[in-house]
Design a binder for this molecule. Structure first.
Ligand SMILES: *Cc1c(COP(=O)(O)O)cnc(C)c1O
Length: 363
């Protein structure tokens, strides 16, 4: 018998015809979109988005603009080029991104892996074994990041197998799972799953939340189950136009996450993925939001804003311009309130007198 959480996927919507029974859409134009980019809205998320509205709907309901976008790239991060074996991206020296599933709880319309998610050809065990072999042969790999698709959509047995095999590789010091399941299909987080995950003592789970409306009682239960087993939880958020590109939304989300023991990790600038142009904000918007977070709210709630460089250059953190001027002797720095301060760029003892005089004159 298949576990009960699977019924949320089975009874969700996968075709515009089914979606038309729930919300007003133009079926023929969405059919064209879904021919290229599959749709999945599981029954839990369908119900939630109908109750809570546009900020959730726009993340998962196909949009004709997905086909009109000529600007983006199919694989903006050049993941395929950086894959020595299929489904394993080795971009950074000490860590790999290991794609172990091509299914998700919902198919986010802004997904970076729009090119491969939800296709019918599942990732075979043989491909996963090739990944193990690669990691085994590369002693420099300290950190294995399981992603996909969503690793938590694999069966308990498959996930247990993957975690056990990685545990056998002695140079791997840390395992991470990147998942949106606790936020979009919390029913999947059973105590059996939590037991399996908590057997890996060096496991970190990074969640994905984009809007405070995603945090329901079911989600809180799922998260409590994981953190009560001692699994450290982080979260990433994609900056999305019209959904969360506002200080009040982001700050509310980050505070709510912190309150349920989830540490905000990354705020990601939306990747240059073909078919996602209508979601992308400017980097200036991201920087503006970051300026309103740091200092104004608990530092624990402040994520790092990153841009994943097109072409596969990796993630780079971006900060608002706090340093106004830098010379060989000093930096002129603005604080979170906009006040300007001078900081010596020399051993303090040699300049102390001078800076005591000047330090605050610009306030
Ligand atoms: C994001 C990413 C990682 C993890 O990056 P961290 O900054 O260590 O969280 C690793 N590999 C690839 C290919 C990635 O895109």
């Amino acid at each position: 018998m298949s576990p009960s959480w699977r019924k949320y996927i089975k009874t969700g919507v996968h075709h515009p015809n089914e979606l038309a029974g729930h919300i007003r859409i133009d079926v023929p134009s969405l059919e064209k979109v879904c021919d290229i980019y599959p749709m999945r809205i599981n029954a839990y998320f369908l119900d939630l988005m109908k109750k809570r509205g546009a900020s959730l709907m726009r993340q998962v309901v196909p949009d004709p603009r997905e086909l009109e976008d000529a600007t983006g790239w199919v694989d903006p991060l050049a993941e395929e080029r950086n894959s020595s074996v299929p489904n394993l991206v080795h971009r950074y020296p000490d860590r790999v991104l290991f794609l172990v599933s091509n299914q998700c709880g919902v198919y986010c319309r802004f997904c970076t892996r729009k090119r491969k998610i939800g296709r019918w050809d599942p990732i075979q065990d043989q491909a996963i074994e090739e990944g193990f072999r690669y990691i085994r042969q590369h002693g420099e790999i300290f950190d294995v990041l399981l992603s996909g698709g969503d690793p938590l959509l694999l069966s308990d047995e498959k996930l247990d197998w993957i975690l056990m095999k990685i545990k056998e590789i002695s140079h791997v010091g840390v395992v991470r799972i990147g998942t949106r399941i606790p936020s979009v299909l919390p029913q999947r987080v059973t105590s059996r799953l939590a037991n399996i995950l908590s057997k890996t003592k060096n496991l970190y789970i990074n969640l994905h939340f984009n809007h405070p409306d995603e945090i329901t009682d079911e989600v809180k239960r799922a998260i409590r189950l994981l953190s009560d087993r001692g699994i450290p939880l982080g979260s990433q958020t994609v900056l999305l136009k019209g959904i969360n590109d506002h200080v009040s939304v982001i700050s509310r989300l980050m505070r709510m996450l912190l309150q349920i023991r989830v540490k905000p990790y990354y705020l990601l600038h939306a990747d240059l993925v073909k078919g996602t142009e209508h979601f992308r904000t400017t980097v200036d918007t991201g920087l503006f939001i970051m300026r309103q977070l740091r200092g104004h709210m608990s530092g624990l709630a402040v994520p790092t804003y990153v841009v994943d460089l097109p072409g596969g250059g990796g993630k780079v953190p971006l900060l608002p311009g706090y340093v106004i001027k830098k010379t060989a002797n000093e930096l002129v720095i603005q604080n979170y309130q906009g006040y300007v301060y001078r900081v010596p760029n020399l051993p303090f003892s040699t300049t102390m007198g001078e800076f005591q005089e000047k330090a605050f004159i610009e306030n």
